[in-house]
Design a protein around this ligand. Structure first.
Ligand code: ADP
Ligand code: MG
Length: 235
Protein backbone atom coordinates (compact mmCIF):
# COMPACT_ATOMS: atom_id res chain seq x y z
CA UNK A 1 0.00 0.00 0.00
CA UNK A 2 1.27 3.45 -0.93
CA UNK A 3 1.85 5.81 2.00
CA UNK A 4 3.24 8.68 -0.08
CA UNK A 5 2.50 9.33 -3.74
CA UNK A 6 4.40 12.12 -5.46
CA UNK A 7 2.78 12.74 -8.84
CA UNK A 8 4.37 14.81 -11.57
CA UNK A 9 5.94 17.19 -9.06
CA UNK A 10 8.21 20.03 -10.18
CA UNK A 11 9.84 22.88 -8.27
CA UNK A 12 11.37 25.86 -9.98
CA UNK A 13 13.45 28.52 -8.24
CA UNK A 14 13.39 31.40 -10.72
CA UNK A 15 15.02 29.98 -13.85
CA UNK A 16 16.36 26.86 -12.12
CA UNK A 17 14.30 23.66 -12.12
CA UNK A 18 15.42 21.81 -8.97
CA UNK A 19 12.80 19.03 -9.24
CA UNK A 20 11.25 18.15 -12.58
CA UNK A 21 8.18 15.98 -13.15
CA UNK A 22 8.97 13.51 -10.37
CA UNK A 23 6.77 10.47 -9.71
CA UNK A 24 7.66 8.59 -6.54
CA UNK A 25 5.74 6.12 -4.39
CA UNK A 26 6.82 5.23 -0.87
CA UNK A 27 5.09 2.07 0.34
CA UNK A 28 3.86 1.74 3.91
CA UNK A 29 6.40 -0.15 5.99
CA UNK A 30 9.43 0.12 3.71
CA UNK A 31 12.84 1.74 4.01
CA UNK A 32 13.30 3.58 0.73
CA UNK A 33 16.62 5.23 -0.13
CA UNK A 34 16.90 8.28 -2.34
CA UNK A 35 20.35 8.65 -3.87
CA UNK A 36 21.92 10.92 -6.48
CA UNK A 37 24.78 13.39 -6.93
CA UNK A 38 24.93 16.76 -5.16
CA UNK A 39 22.42 19.20 -6.56
CA UNK A 40 20.16 16.40 -7.87
CA UNK A 41 17.17 17.85 -6.01
CA UNK A 42 16.94 15.36 -3.12
CA UNK A 43 16.61 17.89 -0.29
CA UNK A 44 14.17 19.96 -2.36
CA UNK A 45 12.00 16.88 -2.93
CA UNK A 46 11.98 16.24 0.85
CA UNK A 47 10.92 19.81 1.53
CA UNK A 48 8.13 19.45 -1.02
CA UNK A 49 6.90 16.26 0.68
CA UNK A 50 6.80 17.88 4.13
CA UNK A 51 5.31 21.11 2.81
CA UNK A 52 8.17 23.54 3.37
CA UNK A 53 7.86 24.49 -0.32
CA UNK A 54 4.74 24.50 -2.46
CA UNK A 55 5.34 22.62 -5.73
CA UNK A 56 5.34 24.59 -8.98
CA UNK A 57 3.30 21.74 -10.45
CA UNK A 58 2.07 18.28 -9.52
CA UNK A 59 0.42 16.77 -6.47
CA UNK A 60 1.37 14.89 -3.31
CA UNK A 61 -0.82 12.31 -1.56
CA UNK A 62 -0.34 10.96 1.96
CA UNK A 63 -2.47 7.99 2.99
CA UNK A 64 -4.48 8.58 -0.22
CA UNK A 65 -5.34 12.16 0.84
CA UNK A 66 -4.25 15.04 -1.40
CA UNK A 67 -2.05 17.19 0.87
CA UNK A 68 -0.47 19.34 -1.86
CA UNK A 69 -1.81 22.57 -0.34
CA UNK A 70 -1.50 21.63 3.33
CA UNK A 71 0.78 23.51 5.72
CA UNK A 72 3.74 21.62 7.23
CA UNK A 73 2.12 21.51 10.68
CA UNK A 74 -0.97 19.77 9.30
CA UNK A 75 1.31 17.19 7.69
CA UNK A 76 3.08 16.62 11.03
CA UNK A 77 -0.33 15.95 12.57
CA UNK A 78 -1.00 13.37 9.86
CA UNK A 79 2.19 11.58 10.90
CA UNK A 80 5.09 13.03 8.92
CA UNK A 81 8.38 13.91 10.54
CA UNK A 82 11.68 15.07 9.04
CA UNK A 83 15.31 15.27 10.02
CA UNK A 84 16.78 17.94 7.80
CA UNK A 85 20.26 17.89 6.34
CA UNK A 86 21.69 20.53 8.73
CA UNK A 87 21.55 19.33 12.38
CA UNK A 88 19.53 21.61 14.65
CA UNK A 89 19.44 20.26 18.20
CA UNK A 90 19.15 22.72 21.10
CA UNK A 91 22.85 22.78 22.02
CA UNK A 92 22.35 24.78 25.24
CA UNK A 93 19.89 22.25 26.63
CA UNK A 94 20.60 18.83 28.15
CA UNK A 95 20.03 15.82 25.92
CA UNK A 96 16.97 14.67 27.88
CA UNK A 97 15.40 18.11 27.64
CA UNK A 98 15.81 18.10 23.86
CA UNK A 99 13.72 14.93 23.73
CA UNK A 100 11.30 16.42 26.27
CA UNK A 101 10.73 19.46 24.07
CA UNK A 102 9.73 17.21 21.21
CA UNK A 103 7.50 15.01 23.38
CA UNK A 104 5.72 17.81 25.24
CA UNK A 105 2.83 18.11 22.83
CA UNK A 106 1.95 14.49 22.98
CA UNK A 107 2.66 13.23 26.51
CA UNK A 108 2.96 14.40 30.10
CA UNK A 109 3.86 13.07 33.55
CA UNK A 110 4.99 9.47 33.99
CA UNK A 111 4.10 8.55 30.41
CA UNK A 112 6.43 11.22 29.11
CA UNK A 113 9.29 10.11 31.33
CA UNK A 114 8.82 6.50 30.22
CA UNK A 115 8.89 7.54 26.55
CA UNK A 116 11.98 9.74 27.16
CA UNK A 117 13.76 6.76 28.66
CA UNK A 118 12.70 4.46 25.84
CA UNK A 119 13.99 6.89 23.21
CA UNK A 120 17.25 7.64 25.07
CA UNK A 121 17.96 3.90 25.27
CA UNK A 122 17.05 3.32 21.62
CA UNK A 123 19.44 6.15 20.62
CA UNK A 124 22.28 4.85 22.82
CA UNK A 125 22.16 8.19 24.63
CA UNK A 126 20.93 7.08 28.07
CA UNK A 127 24.39 7.49 29.72
CA UNK A 128 24.66 11.02 28.26
CA UNK A 129 21.14 12.20 29.03
CA UNK A 130 22.27 14.97 31.43
CA UNK A 131 25.02 16.35 29.17
CA UNK A 132 24.39 19.47 27.13
CA UNK A 133 23.48 18.48 23.59
CA UNK A 134 26.30 20.72 22.33
CA UNK A 135 28.81 18.53 24.21
CA UNK A 136 27.82 15.38 22.27
CA UNK A 137 29.86 14.11 19.35
CA UNK A 138 28.62 15.03 15.88
CA UNK A 139 27.24 11.50 15.39
CA UNK A 140 25.41 11.56 18.72
CA UNK A 141 23.86 14.92 17.82
CA UNK A 142 22.52 13.34 14.63
CA UNK A 143 20.99 10.50 16.69
CA UNK A 144 19.48 12.98 19.10
CA UNK A 145 17.88 14.76 16.20
CA UNK A 146 16.52 11.48 14.82
CA UNK A 147 15.10 10.89 18.31
CA UNK A 148 13.40 14.29 18.30
CA UNK A 149 11.80 13.41 14.96
CA UNK A 150 10.75 10.01 16.38
CA UNK A 151 9.26 11.67 19.46
CA UNK A 152 6.44 12.92 17.22
CA UNK A 153 5.50 9.24 16.71
CA UNK A 154 5.54 9.50 12.93
CA UNK A 155 4.15 7.03 10.41
CA UNK A 156 6.67 8.42 7.93
CA UNK A 157 10.15 9.63 8.82
CA UNK A 158 12.25 11.47 6.26
CA UNK A 159 15.98 11.51 6.97
CA UNK A 160 18.20 13.78 4.89
CA UNK A 161 21.80 12.50 4.99
CA UNK A 162 21.60 11.20 8.58
CA UNK A 163 25.12 9.71 8.47
CA UNK A 164 26.94 12.76 7.06
CA UNK A 165 30.22 13.21 8.92
CA UNK A 166 29.91 9.91 10.81
CA UNK A 167 32.58 7.25 11.28
CA UNK A 168 31.89 3.83 9.66
CA UNK A 169 30.97 2.46 13.08
CA UNK A 170 28.50 5.29 13.78
CA UNK A 171 27.09 4.87 10.27
CA UNK A 172 26.49 1.17 10.91
CA UNK A 173 24.80 1.93 14.26
CA UNK A 174 22.56 4.45 12.51
CA UNK A 175 21.51 1.74 10.05
CA UNK A 176 20.63 -0.60 12.90
CA UNK A 177 18.70 2.19 14.63
CA UNK A 178 16.67 2.81 11.46
CA UNK A 179 15.97 -0.90 11.08
CA UNK A 180 14.76 -1.15 14.66
CA UNK A 181 12.15 1.60 14.40
CA UNK A 182 11.19 0.47 10.91
CA UNK A 183 10.46 -2.96 12.42
CA UNK A 184 8.07 -1.17 14.79
CA UNK A 185 6.15 0.20 11.81
CA UNK A 186 7.78 3.53 10.89
CA UNK A 187 8.10 3.97 7.12
CA UNK A 188 11.42 5.60 6.21
CA UNK A 189 12.57 7.67 3.23
CA UNK A 190 16.27 8.40 3.54
CA UNK A 191 18.78 10.36 1.45
CA UNK A 192 22.16 8.69 1.62
CA UNK A 193 25.53 8.53 -0.14
CA UNK A 194 27.18 5.62 1.65
CA UNK A 195 26.43 2.50 -0.41
CA UNK A 196 27.28 0.10 2.44
CA UNK A 197 24.62 1.90 4.47
CA UNK A 198 22.11 1.75 1.60
CA UNK A 199 22.77 -2.00 1.32
CA UNK A 200 22.27 -2.37 5.08
CA UNK A 201 18.85 -0.66 5.24
CA UNK A 202 17.14 -0.18 1.88
CA UNK A 203 14.39 -2.30 0.46
CA UNK A 204 14.06 -0.05 -2.60
CA UNK A 205 16.24 2.65 -4.09
CA UNK A 206 15.42 5.64 -6.29
CA UNK A 207 18.12 7.60 -8.11
CA UNK A 208 17.53 11.29 -8.74
CA UNK A 209 19.67 13.18 -11.25
CA UNK A 210 19.24 16.78 -12.45
CA UNK A 211 15.85 16.91 -10.75
CA UNK A 212 14.47 13.83 -12.52
CA UNK A 213 14.02 10.16 -11.64
CA UNK A 214 17.00 8.46 -13.25
CA UNK A 215 16.62 4.85 -12.07
CA UNK A 216 14.75 2.82 -9.49
CA UNK A 217 14.74 -0.72 -8.18
CA UNK A 218 16.68 -2.82 -5.71
CA UNK A 219 20.21 -1.72 -4.87
CA UNK A 220 22.01 -4.54 -6.70
CA UNK A 221 20.34 -3.78 -10.03
CA UNK A 222 21.04 -0.07 -9.54
CA UNK A 223 24.71 -0.68 -8.77
CA UNK A 224 25.02 -2.73 -11.95
CA UNK A 225 23.46 0.04 -14.01
CA UNK A 226 26.33 1.64 -15.95
CA UNK A 227 24.42 4.89 -16.43
CA UNK A 228 24.15 5.26 -12.64
CA UNK A 229 27.91 4.72 -12.26
CA UNK A 230 28.49 7.41 -14.90
CA UNK A 231 26.48 10.11 -13.13
CA UNK A 232 28.31 9.39 -9.88
CA UNK A 233 31.69 9.57 -11.56
CA UNK A 234 30.56 12.70 -13.39
CA UNK A 235 31.33 11.33 -16.85
P1 ADP B 1 20.57 17.80 -3.28
O1 ADP B 1 19.93 17.74 -1.94
O2 ADP B 1 20.26 16.63 -4.15
O3 ADP B 1 22.06 18.02 -3.19
P2 ADP B 1 19.07 20.28 -3.55
O4 ADP B 1 17.65 19.85 -3.54
O5 ADP B 1 19.63 20.86 -2.31
O6 ADP B 1 19.99 19.07 -4.06
O7 ADP B 1 19.30 21.35 -4.71
C1 ADP B 1 18.87 21.11 -6.04
C2 ADP B 1 19.14 22.36 -6.85
O8 ADP B 1 18.24 23.39 -6.45
C3 ADP B 1 20.53 22.92 -6.68
O9 ADP B 1 20.95 23.44 -7.93
C4 ADP B 1 20.34 24.02 -5.67
O10 ADP B 1 21.31 25.03 -5.81
C5 ADP B 1 18.95 24.53 -6.00
N1 ADP B 1 18.23 25.08 -4.84
C6 ADP B 1 17.88 24.38 -3.72
N2 ADP B 1 17.20 25.15 -2.87
C7 ADP B 1 17.09 26.37 -3.46
C8 ADP B 1 16.49 27.62 -3.08
N3 ADP B 1 15.84 27.74 -1.91
N4 ADP B 1 16.61 28.65 -3.94
C9 ADP B 1 17.24 28.52 -5.12
N5 ADP B 1 17.82 27.40 -5.55
C10 ADP B 1 17.76 26.31 -4.73
MG1 MG C 1 20.70 17.72 -0.03
Amino acid sequence: MALVEVKGVSKRFGGLTAVSGVDLTVNAGEVHCLIGPNGAGKSTLFKLIVGLYPPTEGSILFDSVDITRERPYARVQRGMSIKMQAPSVFKELPVRQNIQTALQERLSGAERIAEENRLLTLLNLAPDSDKLAGALSHGQQQWLEIGMALALKPHLLLLDEPTAGMSPEETYKTGELIKSFNAEGVTVLVVEHDMAFVRQVAQRVTVLHLGKIFARGDLESILQDEKVAEIYLGK
